[in-house]
Design a protein around this ligand. Structure first.
Ligand code: ADP
Ligand code: MG
Length: 302
């Protein structure tokens, strides 16, 4: 097969590993710079051009779209979908996953465990919003933050109120969330491919920090997850419509609660922590599910 990796940077660990894994399994793979794709939206021959010429046909696309270019990246990916190309995660699912509030709303519909979360518009509603999530300490987070940036722990109701007011004043979209203290700065990353958790790791926040993100100094180690955690992760990925996902859970007193579902989970941390060939498993999933391209693309679906 001929596989495209939609990525801005060919030197990233995850990009390199996916290329390597594809080649090892006898495929060809090419890094396509998302922001250099441009498209012609026509009914009979939707196409993508790349650096001056029409792009070659691919059998599958692996999107690795950074949070800062979600809008353009998803437009490019959608164009591949219109051309009938198999994409491992589709544009709608990626767009969903980039909005933490929308994601939690979708997960709540499936009855999955979540931290109590509130969202409001008017500053007049802040005191009740804080009560709704059981008061301080509580977590305030930007709907579109990543890598732990934009996640704040407010220790007192007063601090929470001021921070929420400040964010609202800046027109930043935030939600407030019950603080899962008993997780003690640790979360569990479940790497889902298809309908399986293929690897999992525990991330422990650095001393004096509550955010376990590796970018914030967290450390990763292997962990055995419970059957309940496993099924929560699989159901979460499914609810989001993601075939490859990094589902982050916290161990709360009332079972696993979902933090977020990542649509471009990094491979470095999880492969180093577990020693597993996750890139190879992603390629294997494509082999099983993608139908190699036909000369005439099928009628695009809605
Ligand atoms: P990001 O997208 O920036 O990674 P997250 O919502 O995943 O944002 O939060 C980052 C980290 O902060 C989590 O992995 C977790 O360790 C910690 N955290 C976030 N929300 C809570 C919470 N409600 N209770 C306890 N810890 C939290
Ligand atoms: Mg996170």
């Amino acid at each position: 097969m001929h596989i495209a990796l939609l990525s801005r940077n060919r030197n990233l660990y995850s990009t390199q590993r996916l290329i390597e894994a594809a080649e090892q399994r006898g495929h060809t793979a090419r890094v396509v710079d998302t922001l250099r794709c441009y498209m012609s939206i026509t009914s009979h021959h939707p196409s993508i051009h790349y650096k001056g010429a029409e792009i070659e046909p691919f059998d599958a696309v692996i999107p690795r779209i950074g949070a800062s270019i979600t809008f353009y990246g998803c437009a490019v990916l959608r164009q591949f979908e219109m051309m009938g190309t198999y994409v491992i995660n589709d544009s709608v699912a990626i767009t969903r996953s980039r909005d933490k509030l929308r994601s939690l709303q979708l997960l709540s519909r499936k009855g999955l465990g979540l931290p109590i979360t509130g969202f409001a518009h008017s500053p007049d509603d802040i005191p009740d919003l804080i009560t709704m999530v059981k008061g301080a300490p509580l977590v305030i987070k930007l709907l579109e933050g990543t890598q732990g940036i934009g996640v704040v722990l407010a220790e007192t109701n007063q601090a929470a109120e001021s921070v929420v007011q400040a964010f609202m004043g800046m027109k930043a979209n935030i939600m407030v969330q019950e603080y899962i203290k008993e997780a003690r700065g640790a979360d569990i990353r479940c790497f889902v491919i298809g309908d399986k958790v293929v690897a999992s790791m525990k991330r422990q926040a650095a001393e004096g920090e509550f955010r376990s993100n590796l970018h914030r100094g967290g450390t990763a180690s292997v962990i055995r997850i419970t059957p309940e955690e496993r099924s929560t992760a699989i159901r979460a990925a499914k609810a989001m419509g993601l075939r490859v996902a990094g589902v982050d859970l916290l161990r709360s007193n009332h079972g696993p609660v979902i933090m977020e579902v990542n649509s471009s989970p990094g491979l470095h941390g999880i492969e180093s922590a577990t020693g597993k060939d996750i890139a190879g498993m992603i390629i294997e999933h494509i082999e099983k599910n993608a139908t190699p391209v036909r000369k005439t693309p099928p009628k695009p679906k809605g």
